[in-house]
Design a binder for this molecule. Structure first.
Ligand code: BEZ
Ligand code: FE
Length: 256
């Protein structure tokens, strides 16, 4: 066993033991918790639980001093290898896709403002009813998922619809724990992105829609003020969001 594993496991167990003693946890409560651990495993919800209640602290701490734009949690609904889109860079969607049509555009630069050509933006989001393709009934596979590249000036654009807010699944053990604690299960409306360019740290982030409910009460605690965007009128009956991303240089691996 490594020193690191020993240190981490010991510390986490010690804090659990302290919480049990400080809160006079009963045997009945221990049995309830044990059954809940089993239920989370059987429902396949450990990734969901981790991304809702733990990931944000890892992200905030790991990237506290990183140069460039703010990131936030990845969450459980990313699907790799979404199609690379050509102009007009419209995310795949149903012919009758609900929601306000929106042009998103901006630049990708390094942390000093130098434009990055051929940077990749991997984009995914829920539909206007808060449903992710591939995970929830309704939207077809690949709906509202795609990738775009920046031009020679570092500019990108894509067309989408404003997503809806959504709840984590209410009927599974994570949702039941959330209800038992009396917490809101909602996430505010957001668009996920991974922005990458050769030689730079991939930026995993989300853009939060400023008109959405739940911005100040996100169950996943992933909202940062720098990531809240305002969809304004584009003049042609659609909406427009502009947002620039700045990437930090790739970290030099520590010497062995
Ligand atoms: C999401 O952003 O899609 C998400 C994040 C954490 C838990 C569930 C969903
Ligand atoms: Fe999401």
């Amino acid at each position: 066993m490594s020193d690191r594993a020993n240190q981490l496991i010991s510390d986490i167990l010690r804090r659990i033991h302290e919480a049990i003693v400080e809160n006079d946890v009963t045997y009945e409560e221990y049995q309830t918790a044990k059954q809940w651990f089993i239920d989370v495993g059987e429902a396949g919800e450990w990734p969901l639980f981790g991304d809702v209640y733990i990931e944000h602290v890892v992200e905030e701490h790991a990237f506290a001093n990183r140069a460039g734009s703010q990131g936030t949690i990845l969450g459980p609904f990313h699907v790799p290898d979404a199609p690379l889109l050509d102009a007009p860079f419209e995310l795949p969607h149903r012919p009758d896709e609900a929601g306000d049509r929106t042009h998103v555009s901006g630049r990708v630069t390094d942390a000093d403002g130098k434009p990055l050509a051929n940077a990749n933006l991997d984009i995914w989001q829920a539909d206007a009813e808060g449903r992710y393709s591939g995970f929830m009934p309704g939207p077809p596979e690949g709906n509202l998922r795609g990738q775009v590249r920046t031009d020679a000036d570092g500019r990108y654009e894509f067309i989408t619809v404003i997503p809806g807010p959504y709840t984590i699944p209410l009927d599974g053990p994570t949702g039941k724990m959330t209800a038992a604690a009396g917490w809101s299960p909602w996430r505010p409306a957001h668009i996920h992105l991974i922005v990458g360019a050769e030689g730079y740290e991939p930026l995993v982030t989300q853009l939060f829609i400023d008109t959405s409910d739940y911005l100040d009460n996100d169950v996943a605690s992933a909202v940062k003020p720098e990531l809240i965007v305002h969809p304004g009128p584009a003049g042609d009956g659609t909406l427009a969001i502009t947002y620039d991303f700045a990437l930090a240089p790739v970290r030099t691996p520590a010497l062995a």
